[in-house]
Write a protein that binds this ligand. Structure first.
Ligand code: ADP
Length: 326
């Protein structure tokens, strides 16, 4: 049972041939809404990658905790998660809040995004909402713990730190994807078992002066990563694949990205996180072969890249070769 605590957003995506100037009104090329938020995307990835598409809801093993507004967007987001067989009893629809929204302007000429994010209800999650294990969901007790808690940084930082405290107290494994990146207090990492970052996030959390270092030259940066004190660290390198560091043994694995027809890289990172979470909580758990989990996540994330969209592009279990067969 995987518990994802984090953000849910509605994406408002508009495409244009150029970005309007100040005071100008421009007709857009197209407009779409989509379901997003790193928390929700990662929950969908966990659910789909532990479920055959045809299995149906009897197999629920992913729980989402978060907040939306008591509005159309919020209800649609919760319903969307349910359609992916996710338990949403921990998703609160708050009357006094609006659902989180990301306004995304895509320049059709260059493919570049400009994103304005309004966290809204996501920022209403307070540390005092997570004082005991029962606050994580009625299904969780000291004798029925989640196997893994998956966290990102799209809810308030002090809330995330409080969740880490409670998780640590009960000895629950935590996977942290510190995105959007910010420097965390040193003690926060003590409660984290798995850290997954992309290259720019790795630079920020390790205070690397060079904001765009070449992480594939791992030797130069190894010490800074080890100093964080997290045992399993994964740095995703986009089209360059991924590296995995086992920091206690000081071992490193590097896997190339799958060669695929790249359509849209949105949600590739979130798929990677979800796939890794599923792998470490199932087959890998006893044996601790985390490199196998990384390899499988690399394969799953590549599937997402082949399709456009965010949550819709995330593959189901039957679309990714089983990692024990690789
Ligand atoms: P984020 O989306 O969080 O910035 P990355 O861009 O590093 O994360 O991508 C995450 C993972 O998705 C990569 O480690 C890789 O497994 C997969 N991926 C991303 N881009 C590609 C690509 N062009 N081809 C194949 N796999 C990719």
């Amino acid at each position: 049972r995987i518990l994802v605590i984090g953000s849910l957003n509605t994406d408002l995506i508009t495409r244009t041939s150029r970005v309007p100037a100040a005071g100008e009104t421009l007709i857009s090329k197209s407009f779409d809404t989509g379901s997003g938020g790193k928390g929700a995307n990662q929950a969908v990835a966990c659910a789909r990658l532990s479920t055959q598409k045809c299995d149906g809801p009897q197999n629920v093993c992913v729980y989402m905790v978060g907040a939306v507004g008591d509005d159309t967007f919020g209800h649609e987001l919760a319903e969307g998660l349910q359609n992916n067989y996710i338990d949403v009893t921990g998703v609160t629809a708050k009357e006094s809040e609006k659902t989180g929204v990301a306004v995304i302007i895509v320049n059709e000429q260059t493919g570049q995004n400009r994103i304005l994010m309004s966290p809204n209800a996501n920022f209403s999650l307070k540390p005092e909402d997570f004082t005991t294990l029962s606050d994580f969901g009625k299904d969780f007790t000291p004798t029925r713990l989640p196997c893994l808690i998956v966290l990102q940084l799209e809810i308030p930082l002090d809330t995330t730190l409080q969740i880490l405290k409670v998780a640590s107290k009960h000895g629950i494994d935590v996977l942290l994807n510190p995105a959007p990146a910010q420097v965390l207090p040193k003690e926060a990492y003590a409660a984290v078992n798995h850290l997954i970052v992309n290259e720019s996030e790795a630079a920020i959390i390790t205070n690397t002066a060079d904001k765009n270092p070449d992480w594939s030259k791992w030797g130069e940066h190894f010490d800074r990563i080890v100093a964080l004190g997290v045992r399993n660290v994964v740095i995703t390198l986009g089209a360059e694949g991924v590296i995995y560091l086992e920091t206690r043994e000081k071992k490193l694995w590097r896997f190339d990205a799958e060669k695929v027809n790249v359509v849209d890289t949105t949600a590739a990172g979130d798929t990677f996180v979800g796939a890794y979470a599923v792998a470490v909580t199932t087959v890998v758990k006893g044996g601790g072969d985390f490199a196998a989990a990384v390899r499988w996540a690399n394969t799953a994330a590549a599937k997402t890249v082949e399709r456009s969209g965010a949550q819709g592009a995330i593959p189901w279990l039957d679309e990714v070769p089983a990692y024990w067969e690789e």
